[in-house]
Design a binder for this molecule. Sequence first.
Ligand SMILES: [Zn+2]
Ligand SMILES: [Zn+2]
Length: 161
Amino acid sequence: MNRRSTKQRQAIQSVLEDTRIHLTGDELLLCVKEVIPTVNAATLYRNLNVLEEERVVSRVSVGGKTFFEHTADQHSHFYCHVCERLIAVDADALPTPSQETLRTTSGFVAERVSLLVEGTCAACSTEHTEMAASGCASCPSLCSNVISEAETKEIACKIEA
Ligand SMILES: [Zn+2]
Ligand SMILES: [Zn+2]
């Protein structure tokens, strides 16, 4: 592996370091470009494939979109059809069967247990969507590509050059 791709992989990893963040390839590309302006989609995906093989990064495909995330934290997901975001769900909100239960009941040898639930997130629930449609001042960009202001801030490229 050459030094350039090592640097790119480090940049990708630092973007995804917060394991609660799920970014599409396009979003990831924008963030990595902040550090390495010469990076293009082809090199990004090549490096993502390597990171996936190394089980550092995993992808979740839902709703015609593919999200990438760091594998450090195992959690289930909720996909919102309105804002099209993938949200991490804690185990207490969405209990998953244990690897032992899966083995004894079905004979499955599970390496990773993660559920995917689809629907409408809290922020995009009917009431809020109506507010947004009529011009909710407090959530100008809600239902476009973000869940909340807090998460938008988190998604904003936080990698150090
Ligand atoms: Zn939503
Ligand atoms: Zn996740």
